[in-house]
Design a protein around this ligand. Structure first.
Ligand code: GAL
Length: 337
C-alpha cells in the first residue's frame, strides 16, 4: 500500500495498527469521527454527538416521548446559528444532532429554552427567556411545533403578569398535567416567582406568586407529595453554591433547606449551574440533575454536569460527585416494589 497518498491521521492509524498487537483497544482520534458508543455519563467531560462534534445544547431540558421511545434534549445553541438546539437519544448517553429547531433571528438574547409535550393537542411547546442586550426587557417567550424536531414558531413574548422574568424552570405535575414556570423575577432576580400556565400551555395565568426563593436556574422535582426546588445563586456565568427549598404546594410557601451538593470542595455546585431536573422514566425515584459548566462565559463548548439526585429517607435532597456513572445506580420500576 502506498501510504504517502494517505493523510496524516490515516498513516498514524496504520502505524498504530501495525504496532498494536497486544496493546489492546487503541483509539486513534480523527477529525469529526463518529464517537464510540457511550455507556455512561462523565460530568464535565467533552461530550460528542453522532456528528462527532461537541453537543451544543445549554440551559435547557430533556423530555421523553413514550410513543416514539425517544428522549429529546433542547437547549441554547450558542454556536451559529444562535437559537434552540435539539438532540435525540434512545438511552440518554448517545445523542443525535437534530439541528437548530428555532433560530433566534432578531431576538437579542434567547436563553434557557424548556419544552413540554401537549399530549392533548399533539404539540410541543417551548418557553424561553426573551431579552434585550442588557437583560432589561426580561420577558418570557413561547413557541410551538407539531414535531419534536421543529421548526418551532414563536407565538408571543411578554412579562408574566407584569413581572420581570429571566432564568426559567418548567415543571409539569405528573398527577394533574398542569404546568408551571418558576422564573427569576423582579429587581434583577432578587426573587423567584411561580406561575401556572393555561390548559393549552400557551399562556401564563393570574396564579402567580413570589415564592421568596433565590435566585436563578430553578429546577423542580416532586416526590412523596413534596416539591423540591433547586436554585443557583446569582453570579452570571460564574458558578456559586446552590440552595434547595421544599414545599407541600408548588405555589409555596417554600422552606430553605440549604445546599444539597455534598463534598463540594469548590463550593460552586461542582462547578455548574442548575438548568433542569429530569425524572428518568422506567426507574424508581430517578432524577437527573442537568447543570451547565459555563466556564465564566456561556460559550458554545461549555460542558454539562449531569448527576443523580438522591432524596434520602429523611427527605433531604443530595447530590454527590461521580466522575463517571450510569443508570444502573437506579432501581428499575418493574423490580422496584
Ligand atoms: C446567568 C444566567 C444565564 C445567563 C447569564 C448571563 O446568571 O443563569 O442564563 O443569563 O447569567 O450573564
Amino acid at each position: 500500500m502506498n501510504t504517502r497518498s494517505l493523510g496524516f491521521v490515516e498513516r498514524l492509524r496504520i502505524a498504530v495498527l501495525l504496532m498494536g498487537v497486544g496493546i489492546g483497544a487503541i483509539q486513534v482520534p480523527s477529525l469529526a469521527q463518529k464517537p464510540t458508543a457511550y455507556a455512561s455519563f462523565k460530568p464535565g467531560a467533552v461530550w460528542l454527538a453522532d456528528d462527532g462534534l461537541p453537543i451544543d445544547c445549554h440551559g435547557g431540558n430533556i423530555i421523553y416521548i413514550d410513543s416514539l421511545k425517544t428522549f429529546y434534549w433542547y437547549g441554547e445553541h450558542r454556536g451559529e446559528p444562535r437559537g434552540a438546539a435539539c438532540y435525540s437519544s434512545k438511552d440518554l448517553y448517545n445523542w443525535k444532532n437534530e439541528g437548530v429547531v428555532l433560530k433566534k433571528g432578531a431576538i437579542d438574547v434567547f436563553e434557557r429554552p424548556k419544552v413540554i409535550y401537549d399530549a392533548t393537542r399533539h404539540r410541543y411547546v417551548m418557553w424561553f427567556h426573551y431579552d434585550g442586550n442588557r437583560y432589561t426587557v426580561a420577558e418570557l417567550g413561547v413557541a410551538i411545533s407539531d414535531k419534536p424536531t421543529g421548526p418551532f414558531v414563536v407565538q408571543h413574548h411578554s412579562r408574566p403578569n407584569g413581572h420581570e422574568s429571566r432564568d426559567i424552570g418548567l415543571f409539569m405535575d405528573p398527577e394533574t398535567q398542569k404546568a408551571y414556570i418558576g422564573y427569576a423575577a423582579d429587581h434583577v432576580n432578587r426573587t423567584i416567582r411561580m406561575v401556572e400556565l393555561s390548559g393549552d400551555y400557551l399562556s401564563t395565568t393570574a396564579q402567580d406568586t413570589d415564592i421568596e426563593a433565590h435566585c436563578e436556574g430553578p429546577g423542580i422535582l416532586k416526590q412523596n407529595g413534596v416539591y423540591y426546588l433547586l436554585t443557583s445563586g446569582c453570579s452570571g456565568w460564574t458558578p456559586n453554591p446552590a440552595t434547595y427549598y421544599t414545599a407541600s404546594s408548588l405555589m409555596g410557601p417554600y422552606t430553605s433547606q440549604g445546599n444539597p451538593f455534598i463534598g463540594d470542595v469548590g463550593n460552586n455546585s461542582f462547578n455548574s449551574q442548575p438548568c433542569y431536573i429530569f425524572k428518568i422514566p422506567g426507574y424508581k425515584n430517578a432524577y437527573l440533575y442537568m447543570g451547565d459548566r459555563w466556564n465564566g462565559g456561556g460559550h458554545a463548548d461549555s460542558q454539562y454536569v449531569f448527576l443523580p439526585i438522591t432524596i434520602t429517607p429523611a427527605g433531604k435532597m443530595e447530590l454527590h460527585w461521580y466522575a463517571e456513572w450510569n443508570l444502573n445506580l437506579f432501581t428499575p420500576e418493574k423490580t422496584a416494589r
